[in-house]
Design a protein. Structure first.
Length: 193
């Protein structure tokens, strides 16, 4: 009797979902809200998609202690340009990897900073200021990561950013596939072309 009631309720739910108007399907196909600590914005200008992002709580106390001990610390950002699909997973149009690394030299008391975008390195810098280290690791402004040549006109896109820190000091031994990162999204935008 309980099984029959359960199947009747399940059938009513499925039929009710199938008879819903089409816009209801699109309400569930958008990106999730993401973490509060990773803020992402994008701008299309001069044939490029410029992506800005900042990780509000990226330089934790544990990571700060690891840097002070002389360990190199790296925050890797995987940036994806995605196109939402209504009935399947969203399609990844392009991907870029941005890496920021800091190494503290105990002898000179200076931080050596380096960044790479898809394997291409920027000019390394040296600083003694803590604020410069935090900004270097967690704030990126208008990086030209993607070209608009690969976009279709009058289509909807969004940018997804995932951040991972190394060394991972609080990792789980039982869940090796959980990388413990943060994720942020831009609002959807329509490329006019």
């Amino acid at each position: 009797m309980i099984r029959r009631a359960f199947l009747a309720a399940l059938l009513a739910t499925v039929l009710g979902a199938c008879s819903a108007p089409a816009p209801a399907v699109f309400a569930f196909s958008g990106p999730p809200a993401g973490d509060e600590g990773l803020h992402v914005t994008s701008l299309t200008k001069d044939g490029q998609i410029l992506v800005s992002f900042s990780l509000a709580d990226g330089l934790t106390g544990e990571l700060r202690r690891a840097i002070d001990s002389g360990l190199p610390a790296t925050i890797t950002y995987v940036v994806e340009l995605r196109r939402p699909e209504s009935l399947w997973f969203d399609r990844t149009v392009a991907t870029a990897t941005v890496t920021a690394t800091v190494r503290f030299d105990n002898l000179t008391r200076q931080h050596q900073l380096s960044r790479t975008i898809d394997g291409r390195g920027e000019e390394p810098r040296v600083t003694e200021e803590e604020e410069d280290v935090r900004t270097w690791l967690t704030a990126f402004d208008r990086l030209p990561l993607f070209s608009t040549a690969q976009l279709e006109a009058n289509s909807v896109y969004y940018v997804k950013v995932r951040a991972y820190a190394r060394p991972r000091l609080n990792g789980s031994l039982f869940w090796p596939w959980d990388r413990g990162g943060k994720t942020g999204y831009t609002p959807r935008f329509t490329y006019i072309g």
